[in-house]
Structures are given as C-alpha cells and as structure tokens.
Design a protein around this ligand. Structure first.
Ligand SMILES: *Cc1c(COP(=O)(O)O)cnc(C)c1O
Length: 360
C-alpha cells in the first residue's frame, strides 16, 4: 500500500542513545537539555532569531494570535489546512477570506486591501505546500494599514526566499513538526519571531504565564514540548538536507513522466529555495480527479485531496462571498504520494495510471 506520505524514522539506536540519557537524568520536560539543544540547533539551521519548540503547530498558531493581542478580524486564506482557520475562530477572532492566486495558490495580495475595515487587525497567510506567499507585497499592505502579519509556515521547513529563511518574514511564523511533515518530532511545532517583545510574550504564554518559579506575568497555556519529542528532532535534523534531496529527485521523476498531460503544477516563485515537501497536481476537471483517485485506489495507492473542501465552507464560519479560484482549485487538486523512500518504479507506475485516465 502506498499512502500520500510516510513518516521518516531515524535509526533506532540513535534514538535510544538519547533515551538512555533521559532515563539517567529522569528529566522529561520543562526545558530540559534536549529541548534547549533542539531550539538552538533549529535556530542556527534555519537562521532565525527566536524559536520556541511547542507541542504542535496548531497551538503555535493560537499562541501567535494571542501574543499579538488579536481579537477582531483577520484576513486569511481559504486554501490551507483546517487549523489555519480553526485557530482564528478558537481565539475569538473572525476569519475574513480573500481568494488565492491561480499560480502560487497562496493568498492574493491584490484582493486584501478591499477587505480591510477599521476592525481588521492582521493578515494570516499560509505558505501552502512550502510555496512562499508574496511576502513583500503582503508586508507593504500591512505597513500601510498598520496590520500584523502571521504566516502559517507548517509546510515551509527549510524554505528560503532571497537567501533568508521564509520564517523571517511577517511578525510571527509558525511551523508544524507533526509526523507527516518534512521535519518532525512525532508531534510538535515551533513559533518564530525576530521581535524581542513578542518573543518575551510567547516565552511566558507557552509556559502558564511563568517568568520564574513564583512570578506570573500574564495568562498562559501549556505549550511546552518534551525531551522525548526533542530527541526525535535531534536525530532527524542532521538528515533533513538528505531527505529534501531525495524528495527533489522524486519531484523530477514525476515532472518528467507527467509532462504533456494537461496537468498543472503550482508555481514556486522566483528567488525561492524550495523544500519539495509535497507534490500537488491540478487535474483538468473534478470528474477526472475522481477517476484518477479511483484508479489509483484500485492499485492500493492513496493520494489525498489536500486541500479540500475550501475553509470558507466550514460550518462555524460565516462566509457569503465568492472565492472562484479557491473553489476551482479545491475541486481539482490532488497530492500524489511523496516520501523519502518512494521508489522510481512506483512513481512511474502512478504516472502511467494517471496518464491512462486522462487519455481514455
Ligand atoms: C499540519 C498543519 C497545521 C497543524 O499542525 P499540527 O502540528 O498538526 O497541529 C497547521 N497548518 C497547516 C497548513 C498544516 O499543514
């Protein structure tokens, strides 16, 4: 059976070495040495100023919204994982959807300004599939209207724009280290900012509001992650470059074998160092997409409709406008299997099944 993704696991003996250390210190959490080392190593690998290792990418988003003091309207993308929108609503804010760009599939900057009202406080956009948003235009709009910017960078580990980590854009970026992501810690995530004041807020908000054992500076939650999760990250981080290279070569095989079939691939953008995290394809029609899924499923291959449906269709948001690009893309986009040890034969087989469906 082939799924859309498969978790990379490091050699078990490398992990058990860390576990032996944890067993001998009996220190499992509360900023132990492994969490501290993972945060330091991630900061240096990614080239970011402040990074907080938290228990997942969803809480990272919620803490980011809290730390920026948002409580009203947030302009956001309808084309992302549900956590992007649910975090906004969970934090008592209102998502205001703007449509996406046809080529990059991220929030369309040209549609943002019309949606700004006196209640608009922020823009929350996703670097979907690791493809950077138009961070420069978004920042210019935010500066002009005094808005905060949060990026859901859950897919964007290792992605660079103009030679700097994509996580350095916006006021805060959040990332997920869930087991299905390119770099992972089983469950986990991080919050990144280069602003010292925001960093201080995040540091106490993710730790019950503590600033020292007997001092509480504000409301907090338990966003900490454990030594056991940090150890997994420390095993995987040295391998992440190699994992990206493997995915890059699989991308190339897909590209070569799918060319000329009327399949559209999103545009990665200029000045981007990409991480090859996903392989989404846009098929000519939804009918054809359903046919492709059925044909692949018959061969025990399970691609995923990612993302579908549009987040504007969630039953807890009120949206009455039109999002023609999102609706069209959601209906036709499919993520094909992509993981470190997916074989060339399997990729070629997937491509020929798709080709057969299209040509029939
Ligand atoms: C995975 C993901 C999240 C949530 O991260 P978790 O670590 O699973 O909580 C948020 N946004 C996007 C776009 C994601 O893909």
């Amino acid at each position: 059976m082939l799924n859309v993704t498969k978790t990379y696991l490091p050699p078990l003996d490398e992990y058990t070495k860390y576990l032996e250390g944890i067993w001998s210190s009996a220190k499992l959490t509360n900023y132990g040495p492994l969490v501290q080392k993972l945060e330091a190593d991630l900061k240096s690998y990614l080239g970011v100023k402040h990074l907080f290792f938290v228990n997942n990418g969803t809480l990272a988003l919620q803490i980011a919204i809290k730390a920026l003091g948002l409580s009203k309207k947030i302009i956001t993308t309808p084309f992302s994982y549900v956590a992007t929108t649910s975090s906004i609503v969970w934090e008592g804010c209102e998502p205001i959807f703007a449509d996406i760009e046809k080529d990059t599939l991220s929030l369309d900057p040209s549609l943002i300004e019309d949606l700004i009202t006196p209640d608009t406080e922020a823009i929350l956009a996703t670097h979907v599939y690791g493809i950077p948003c138009d961070v420069e235009r978004i920042q210019a709009i935010a500066d002009k209207h005094n808005l905060k910017v949060i990026y859901d960078a859950a897919h964007a580990f290792g992605v660079k724009f103009k030679d700097s980590s994509i996580l350095n854009y916006g006021d805060v970026s959040t990332i997920s280290f869930h087991a299905t992501k390119l770099f992972h810690t089983g469950e986990g995530g991080a919050i990144v900012t280069d602003n010292d004041e925001i960093a201080y807020k995040i540091s106490y908000m993710m730790n019950f509001g503590h600033d020292g054992p007997e001092k509480f500076v504000g409301i907090g939650i338990n966003g900490k992650n454990s030594e056991i999760h940090a150890a997994l990250g420390l095993c995987i981080l040295p391998k992440v470059g190699e994992l990206m290279d493997l995915r890059k070569s699989i991308h190339k095989i897909y590209d070569d074998h799918l060319a000329g079939n009327g399949i559209i691939r999103p545009y990665i953008g200029d000045n981007v160092t990409y991480n090859f995290a996903y392989y989404p394809v846009i098929l000519p029609s939804e009918q054809l997409l359903l046919k492709v899924i059925k044909a692949l499923n018959q061969e025990d291959i399970f691609p995923r409709r990612y993302f579908y449906p549009s987040l504007a269709d969630l039953n807890y948001v009120q949206y009455e406008g039109n999002l023609p690009v999102t609706d069209d893309v959601c209906a036709r986009i499919l993520c094909l299997p992509l993981f470190h040890d997916l074989s060339e034969d399997n990729v070629i087989n997937i491509c020929s099944i798709i080709e057969k469906c299209i040509k029939q």
